[in-house]
Design a protein around this ligand. Structure first.
Ligand SMILES: Nc1ncnc2c1ncn2[C@@H]1O[C@H](COP(=O)(O)OP(=O)(O)O)[C@@H](O)[C@H]1O
Ligand SMILES: N[C@@H](CC(=O)OP(=O)(O)O)C(=O)O
Length: 553
């Protein structure tokens, strides 16, 4: 079949190479459904398809690619109109890091033709880091040097390159890029980067990625509309850089998105990570990695069937792959397990993201946008725990231990109450607690609370307050190793864990088992922690002799 195509052919946009003579080069060894029936292209053979009167699109569909006629796409768009939004698909920065990745994500969305998805996107690649670094440089560099800030240049280059490669109009983002430069100049004039300005600055990443992606979807024939989260009713506390979503969000977001959907049937493409402060009306952010929380909050607001969180790993893994490359995917988790895992430091999920999913009972599926065939991790309310033993091992480093011993002026009851009232007054949350009759040990994560420059000053302040009622010892550079598992088997798990630590010559400095019954935490010195995680992983997941039935590869 030697066939040429008409203008408007979408193969190029869908990621397939188009040569200068107007034919397309399709990947081989795949099945293609065409007007001429089913065609399998064997290796090294090219298929040229005649599209004299029609516009076509190529979709990847569960492993096989399909040529779909324009009429079929229109029929699917029409079908969508009669149905409600069904799932949410959130793509993180690594999934939308380049134009090529955006094309692949669009294909991935097309590979779910029966769904009516809401899309949530993070900023492209490392854009958020670069925005914040540019802001920090602007404080001291002088207004006229702002245009030359490396990070600003790299953000502009990436976004312009992306729109050009996707074949969409630069105008989609040019206004935002100008505003960004103006904002950095404003920071340079003021010589100050407040938390409020930092959030506004960070918001440019998500605003640009969603505008580009929505425009691209429209270009390839999928009706889509970009939304800024702060305009559709994601209302938060005014705690800039780490805001919490307020309950009013759920009804407001549902009203806006559902009304628009029923009128226009455009797929919503929403900025992750961002909100609007309740009192200030200013842009807020939900803490680093906050797009996961945006995803579950919108999922809850709309009562969707499933929330998919697409990452660059095959789901939630048995430990951080950067610490131990033998980490393997965990197929099933409960909301409780996932929440503990996220709270105790697994970077893969935002610590608060499981809240809205748990409250609404909507399953969360963590998938790999680089390997969509991998099953990923399914997080649900309940799961079969009969074979559950250890699920994953999480490391949180650079934490501080406080040992607080009562000066006996207070009884134990009054002592604990007084200690916690001091933390409440200072707005500090505690991770692990272990107590005896007259003493209490607890861990704090200072990096979560204060900027690096303030940590020492603030810790001194905490100690000063506590010393009014107790003798206080402070130990820094400690790590919490959290073993997420079935606490019904806690003796067996701890026996094995302590055996491993003993073999490594490590003494545990604190032990804590939360009331959640899924987490056993051991505190060790930072310098020993990574080796301990690797050894524990080997013992629980690699050399198990059938011990850990559940998570074998
Ligand atoms: N237990 C874990 N399971 C999976 N990934 C983990 C885990 N701990 C740390 N990670 C890291 O988290 C990364 C994915 O999270 P993140 O970068 O926030 O994704 P995204 O930006 O795509 O939302 C992985 O690339 C991996 O390096
Ligand atoms: N872009 C924000 C929010 C976010 O969720 O990003 P990611 O999904 O890439 O972790 C950040 O970097 O923190």
């Amino acid at each position: 079949m030697a066939i040429s195509f008409q203008m408007g052919f979408q193969g190029h946009a869908a990621g397939f190479r188009r040569d200068s003579h107007g034919s397309i080069d399709l990947p081989s060894n795949r099945n293609y459904a065409t007007e001429f029936g089913h065609v399998k292209i064997s290796s090294k053979r090219r298929l040229f398809i005649c599209l004299q009167r029609r516009s076509w699109r190529i979709c990847c569909r569960r492993g096989a690619s399909t040529l779909v006629r324009k009429e079929e796409i229109e029929r699917r768009n029409a079908d969508r109109c009669e149905e409600q939004l069904s799932i949410l698909m959130k793509f993180g920065g690594s999934s939308v890091a380049t134009a090529e990745r955006m094309r692949e994500v669009a294909n991935l969305i097309l590979s779910y033709p029966d769904e009516r998805p809401v899309i949530v996107l993070s900023a492209m690649g490392k854009t958020t880091n670069k925005l914040i670094q540019a802001g920090e440089k602007a404080v001291n560099c002088g207004v006229c040097n702002v245009p030359g800030i490396d990070e600003l240049r790299s953000i502009i280059d990436l976004h312009l390159k992306t729109v050009n490669e996707l074949g969409i109009d630069e105008a989609v983002i040019s206004g935002l890029l100008e505003d960004l430069e103006q904002l950095l100049k404003g920071i340079a004039v003021m010589k100050e980067l407040t938390a409020r300005t930092r959030d506004y600055l960070a918001s440019f990443g998500e605003c640009m990625s969603t505008k580009i992606f929505a425009e691209y979807l429209n270009k390839i024939g999928i009706k889509a509309r970009q939304y800024d989260a702060f305009d559709i009713g994601i209302i938060t506390t005014d705690n800039f850089t780490n805001a919490d979503i307020l309950d009013v969000t759920y009804s407001t977001v549902a009203k806006t998105l559902l009304e628009d959907w029923s009128n226009t049937h455009e797929i919503p493409v929403v900025t992750g990570f961002l909100g609007k402060g309740f009192k200030s009306s200013a842009v807020t952010t939900l803490g680093r990695g906050g797009s996961d929380l945006t995803a579950t909050a919108i999922g809850k607001a709309l009562g969707l069937r499933e929330i998919q969180v697409w990452k660059d790993v095959d789901g939630i893994l048995t430990c951080d792959p950067n610490i131990h490359p033998q980490a393997m995917p965990v197929p099933f988790l409960t909301f409780e397990e996932a929440a503990e895992l996220a709270y105790f430091g697994a970077q893969v999920l935002h610590p608060q993201s499981m809240g809205p999913a748990r409250e609404s009972g909507i399953p969360v599926r963590v998938k790999n946008s680089y390997n969509p065939k991998a099953p990923g991790t399914l997080i649900t309310k309940q799961r079969d725990m009969s074979k559950a033993f250890v699920t994953s091992i999480i490391l949180k480093s650079s934490i501080t231990i406080l040992d607080i011993v009562s000066t006996k002026m207070l009884g134990r009851y009054g002592f604990l109450a007084k200690v916690f009232s001091i933390f409440e007054k200072l707005g500090i949350s505690v991770d692990c607690v272990a107590s005896s009759e007259i003493s209490i040990s607890l861990t704090l994560d200072p990096s979560k609370l204060w900027s690096r420059e303030l940590i020492h000053q603030e810790l001194d302040h905490v100690v000063e307050e506590l010393e009014k009622i107790a003798v206080v010892h402070l130990f820094q550079s400690r790590s919490i190793i959290s073993i997420i598992g079935n606490v019904q088997c806690s003796s067996l798990i701890l026996e094995k864990a302590f055996g491993v630590l003993r073999e490594n010559g490590v003494n545990t400095q604190m032990i804590s088992q939360g009331a959640s019954k899924v987490n056993m935490s051991l505190v060790v010195h930072d310098s020993e922690a990574k080796d301990c995680v690797a050894s524990l992983h080997s013992a629980f997941f690699e050399n198990t002799n059938g011990f850990n039935h559940e998570a074998s590869p």
